[in-house]
Design a protein around this ligand. Structure first.
Ligand code: ADP
Ligand code: MG
Length: 351
């Protein structure tokens, strides 16, 4: 949208040059894109009968990211991964990306290019094409909004609402890592940080956890596999923290959930971090958002087939609970001790 009242982008960043450069670097397109960057809107063809999946995310400097702890490329990568993960959780295949950007007065075109380098690095393995966006100046910090478009065969989309009593609850990968990585980035420097070789936490574990925060992997292949084989009755990606995301399944499916805390998949790095900081790694797993793993439910009849197929595909899965009637509520079973109500401890922006 053009404005006659104020310049959209401060003069040192020339908007048209910037868009032309973005187009040249990232605007390559396949025949399914009739019109990409360069017109008033993008035009794509879609196969008849396919379902289209759309998702958008807004990232705000100071709320979702901090330039003191992440590079522009990291921010771009994570923003793309978050959207890819939403598409993965629907069991869909991501295809097209639109990016709306507000650039602060202190921002440079070099930073914009770094942002796109990160975004496209996350998108490239999935052949997602950049087909448009919008660019504005910002009176405050950076705003980065991504819109991702994907496709799924009819009736193969996986919703949060499909969990049934008796279903098994699973999660991919390991959880809690991204929160541990974030904590490492924001904790004040200590001796052990400056001298990683003498620290309780090895440099390798530290690097792994920070990588899990800054460069998360969206589980696209796993999501497609869950939908194509009709394994999952419901699914969600872990973006708010396990306890909060479980609550979404519970509310949308009208079911209760029993969570087996001993079964939570914790990485050796997450355990080592927790031990070094005298934290409970289970708490990291319950509260930490942004692991972008998939949380899903499977009918007990499918269990053997699912687990065998996961081994064949090299997918890492953990069975972490069971679906109960709604009146059961949400309960956690600790390794030793009594079952208790699962506290809602996930990350909330507005509290
Ligand atoms: P309009 O004023 O009609 O919105 P713009 O000048 O904003 O047109 O955009 C021109 C073209 O550049 C459009 O194809 C738009 O999708 C694309 N575009 C603008 N900003 C971006 C951006 N930040 N990233 C990718 N494409 C962009
Ligand atoms: Mg525009």
């Amino acid at each position: 949208m053009a404005s006659t009242v104020r310049t959209k982008v401060r003069p040192t960043i020339h908007e048209f040059d910037l868009i032309r450069a973005l187009h040249q670097r990232h605007g390559r397109r396949t025949p399914s894109v009739i019109q990409g960057i360069g017109d008033d809107a993008a035009v794509i063809t879609s196969r008849a009968g396919q379902w289209t999946v759309l998702t958008t995310d807004l990232l705000t400097e100071g709320i979702h990211f901090d330039l003191r702890t992440a590079t522009m490329a990291d921010i771009g990568f994570r923003a793309a991964a978050a959207n890819l993960s939403d598409v993965a959780a629907m069991g869909a295949t991501p295809q097209y990306l639109l990016v709306a950007l507000a650039i602060p007065r202190t921002g440079s075109s070099r930073q914009v290019h770094q942002l796109y380098r990160g975004m496209m690095a996350a998108c490239r393995p999935h052949h997602v094409q950049l087909i448009g966006g919008d660019t504005s100046a910002s009176g405050g910090g950076w705003f980065v909004s991504l819109t991702l478009i994907g496709v799924v065969p009819p009736r193969k989309a996986i919703f949060r609402s499909g969990a049934r009593i008796g279903d098994c609850l699973y999660v991919t990968g390991t959880i809690g890592d991204a929160l541990a990585g974030l904590k490492l980035l924001i904790e004040p420097p200590t001796r052990s940080n400056r001298h990683p070789h003498t620290a309780a936490l090895s440099a390798r574990h530290r690097q792994f956890l920070i990588g899990r925060h800054l460069r998360p992997t969206a589980r696209i292949a796993e999501g497609r596999w869950l939908s194509a084989n009709r394994f999952a009755t419901s699914a969600i990606d872990i973006s708010d923290g396990l306890s909060g995301d479980l609550r979404h399944i519970s509310e949308e499916s009208h079911v209760g959930i029993e969570l087996d805390l001993d079964a939570l998949p914790l990485s050796p790095a997450c355990r080592a971090y927790a031990a070094s900081r005298k934290l409970d790694p289970v708490n990291l797993a319950l509260t930490g958002g942004e692991d972008y793993e998939l949380l899903f439910t499977v009918s007990p009849r499918q269990r053997t087939r699912l687990e065998r197929s996961a081994v064949e595909r090299g997918f890492s899965l953990a069975r972490i609970g069971t679906i109960h009637p709604l009146r059961f509520g949400m309960q956690a079973v600790p390794p030793h001790g009594r079952r208790h109500r699962l506290a809602n401890t996930s990350y909330e922006h507005f509290t």
